[in-house]
Design a protein. Structure first.
Length: 312
């Protein structure tokens, strides 16, 4: 059995939240990233926003509700999902990103392919959100470096059809941290500016429930990969399976994904209080409230100013 323990000396939160990389919104609180899946098969909302007009309308709605960034993806990464072609992925996301960018919405593209990322940047995307951290497409780091845009590097151990077979750890926090460090070293060697890198511990990607909780409660360790400044950390817990398992019915059946929104809000508030840079969510309004609660909590605890406060 894998061991999700990180050690009693692990730091739970960040005394000071790292600033947003240049080109992205900045706020004295955790940011909110709203998700628009332009797919027929995503785990939580597949098919809801599959058409271009519906996806643009959804992105505008999320921005109006308080999303600081809207993340547009055209390929499902749910466990067991099969890949779509690059042409199909780009057909799905290109017009949506273009429409949202023209409306002034800060947009990120959720893709593992350099050619899709390049086309998305050309029509207005400001951020590349790569769940593979550059492992799925070796050209991605070079593209990001040349474009000079912020880059989310997520912890990843393989594509959706195989990733859960690799959810085996001795010390999940230490191993995820080390694997992220190697990815950061690799993309920096390819020319990516370290000040533009955002880390994602990859909740649910080759992770079991205990692994996810351990990572959430050790954001300070995840953010610090070496002797340099802490990296911004984005958290993607929204509607994921480990929340459904936590909220299971008496017969053991997991709660449906849309019944996990309140639990998502709770995780967002806790992650914001611990110093997460951004929370990636499917429903914005309550999560926009949660990050404000988290920020006031940090300020009351003295964390936002870097002083050690007791949270009791």
């Amino acid at each position: 059995m894998s061991d999700a323990r990180a050690g009693a000396t692990g730091e739970i939160g960040l005394p000071q939240r790292p600033p947003s990389p240049r080109g992205l919104p900045s706020a004295p609180r955790c940011l909110v990233m709203g998700v628009v899946n332009v797919t027929p098969d995503s785990f939580s909302d597949g098919g809801f926003w599959f058409g271009t007009d519906a996806a643009i309308a959804r992105g505008l709605e999320l921005a109006a509700q308080g999303a600081d960034i809207v993340d547009v993806g055209g390929e499902s990464t749910r466990p067991g999902a099969q890949r779509v072609s690059a042409d199909e992925e780009l057909r799905r996301v290109g017009p949506v990103i273009s429409g949202l960018a023209r409306a002034g919405v800060p947009v990120s593209v959720d893709t593992m392919r350099a050619e899709v990322a390049q086309a998305a940047l050309e029509v207005g995307a400001r951020l590349v959100n790569d769940v593979s951290g550059g492992l799925a497409d070796p050209e991605m780091p070079r593209l990001v470096a040349q474009a000079g845009v912020p880059y989310v590097v997520m912890h990843w151990r393989g594509h959706s059809h195989q990733m859960q077979d690799r959810a085996v750890y001795g010390d999940v926090v230490a191993e995820v941290r080390e694997e992220l460090r190697r990815r950061v070293d690799s993309v920096v060697a390819a020319g990516v500016d370290p000040s533009l890198i955002i880390l994602d511990p990859g909740l649910g990607f080759a992770k079991l429930a205990d692994h996810n909780w351990a990572l959430l409660t050790h954001l300070g360790q995840i953010s610090r990969l070496g002797g340099g400044p802490a990296f911004p950390v984005i958290i993607g817990a929204s509607r994921k399976r480990f929340l459904g398992q936590l909220l299971a019915a008496p017969d053991g059946s997991a709660r449906p994904v849309t019944g996990c929104d309140d639990a998502t809000v709770a995780v967002t508030a806790l992650a914001a209080a611990a110093g997460a840079w951004c929370a990636r969510v499917h429903e914005v309004p309550a999560n926009a409230d949660a990050v404000r609660v988290g920020q006031v909590w940090r300020e009351a605890a003295g964390l936002a100013s870097g002083t050690a406060g007791e949270t009791g």
